[in-house]
Design a protein around this ligand. Sequence first.
Ligand code: TPP
Ligand code: MG
Length: 792
Amino acid sequence: MESQAQVLTNQEVLSFEAFRDSVIADYRVALTSREVSLLGRREVLTGKAKFGIFGDGKEVAQVALAKFFQKGDFRSGYYRDQTFMFALGVANTEHYFSQLYADVHNDPYSGGKNMNAHFATPFVNEKGEWNDLVNRYNISADIAPTAGQMVRGLGMAFASTRFRSSKYKEQLAHLSDNGNEVCFCTIGDASTSEGHFWETVNAAGVIQAPLAIIVFDDGYGISVPTKLQTTKGSISEALRGFEKKEGTNGVKIFTVKGWDYASLCETFEEGIAFTRATHIPVVFHVQELTQPQGHSTSGSHERYKPAERLEWERDWDCNKKMREWLIANELTTEEALQNLESEIKKEVREAKEIAWEKYISPIKEKIKEGVAIAVKGLDGEVLKQTNQLLQELVSIKEPLKRNIFRSLNTLIEQMPAHPNAQAIKNFLSVYHKEQQPFYSKHLYNQTQKSTLNVSVVDPEFNEESKIINGYEVLNHYFDKLIETNPLVYAFGEDLGNIGDVNQGFAGLQAKHGVDRIFDTGIREQSIMGQAHGMAMRGLRPIAEIQYLDYLLYGLQTLSDDVATIHYRSNGMQSSPVIIRTRGHRLEGIFHSGSPMGMIINALRGMYVCVPRNMVQAVGMYNTLLKGNDPALLIECLNGYRLKETMPNNITEFTVALGKPEIIREGADITIVSYGSTLRIIQDAADRLSTMGIDCEIIDVQTLLPFDINDMIVASLKKTNRIVFVDEDVPGGASAYMYQQVIELQGGYRWLDVAARTISAKNHRPAYASDGDYFSKPNTEDIIQVVSEMLAE
Ligand SMILES: Cc1ncc(C[n+]2csc(CCOP(=O)(O)OP(=O)(O)O)c2C)c(N)n1
Ligand SMILES: [Mg+2]
């Protein structure tokens, strides 16, 4: 759709008419957006939609801002940005209402999955490949957790710096125009209290990326006023120490009143052009905004805003101020404005009605269809009873799909001998099968770029294959990878200069440059966001969390944003980040955790790889880089100095995800595990074999996905005994593996004795080797449990 906002370049000599027309066009968008907010709220309060959050009070600032958003730019914003979206023409009122109604067919931003005013545009096509992002407005899919968008915005802005310095510009021409793209990152005043905001501003000040942060300050975060949120009651004041000075890095700060159209245009024009050219980040503190209808449909602001504040908000409403300014400057007349206002009211109402009809008609049709099936061929008492039971369904004014399932199922429950029972069941089953995918699809990539489609290439070895330390395998691999794949960037704490704490990248920054391999500050949340934003723009970052224990700092971004990006954008956006970390076994409470249950439960939407050694890890990196899904890969901390044979085809061989490997064959019991614990199990198996017990050991290799071909149950059929072992707490990932095999794979049918889990104790591991022995599963624990199972 063509933009309604036009960038006025300096060279253009604008006639008065052209200027006036563009101002009136902006005012039209502001009015339209206000009308959408007013009607939207009413739709929720009358029960046609579930919840609503609107952009009223921010309209004028956003039409001004949209003028400077160019094709190729990115937005990482929040739920108040509807006017900005309307001004760009990438959202329209009908679609807005479709999303408000959660219409899976007609919400173009999330396919009915996200709340209203959570926008997105397609970054990838139906084949899963990146679109030409240079010639379109790029709106990254919104999330509701406040300030979560900051770290993603940092990453998208940072990507511009890499594109600008890349040696492979021609190859990347569809992704960037020499790094000229600015990332617009909007946020509410109160959300600047979050750590994400400060981490992002600090990181942007250090790395110098074209990030434009726009703080929309309406004085409140729901009911809590600015003075309880922000030091000195002003975010621009609080940020002064970050300000760039002559000879320093930092950010440039602007303040502007949110009702002053002319100043807003001037300020945004200057600031956006500045960051685009220099890559120095900018912060706009847009002050004196209002919330005409309060925060959301969940409450009313009369409850907490003083009467004087409410009166001030009415007087300083941005649309009202712009209207006054238009008249004062003789850009239009009262009469023309009144005509415009009623025209817009009509337009918005019509668009809303179209959206509602599109949403509700198919549901009403289904009700008709279901009722027709239920009453077909009936008469007399049965017909009467059926009609009575379906009365409620047909009289619902705004029916939901779930009403159909409830009513028709109730009918069958109450009249089990109903002549049409089977036909009703068939109808419901078909309808359910048709509808479920709308709510569940695109959790992972379903195109040919799915990581599960990557073909298997076996590792090649010959007499000349080197036997070297695990970390050296990684080091050789990363060296070749950076050389051969221009999209790959590696970064994290201590990863650049010293080449990571276990030397996987040792010497590689010196060889390949600080552009490709670099250090970051200690800021896990924004390292995750930095990688995520880069990956969304088509790069292939490998970002480090130094130790698994510190993944918690980045987990919010991974769980809320990375893991949901493909799902919530309904398959229109992908973020194939690789998060690299190491863990499971070192020492003490904060250096040896293995919180795998937490991780796999938080990260549905990502893949989780747990390789037992560095060669397997390399095979998994190769697989991940060929697909477009995000993943976490946990290397074994105690494996870097163990000897391994390095495959000759180090950058080609792959390890398929979801395919366990039998690493020791045996007949008496199946022991299922992953990662470092396998070494303890192998030790136990050796000792058990001297006792005449023959163990089969299975490495699951990846927890997400888990054993997609039911290999483990095949082993259980042979041994009839199974135990799941890991270093997580009881009920953690061992319970997950148990559920997968015993319940989902139907393993319970093949058990001679009850299946067991062996895990760590209920607490974090105590310090030093004996702390480890008494906290985590050890060889003796395994020998004892397995012997007991064999004796039963
Ligand atoms: C992490 C998180 N905490 C709390 C909330 C609930 N919440 C939603 S909006 C909001 C207030 C945000 O205020 P502000 O940033 O000023 O934006 P405004 O809504 O005023 O534009 C809160 C507390 C949330 N969505 N996410
Ligand atoms: Mg606010």
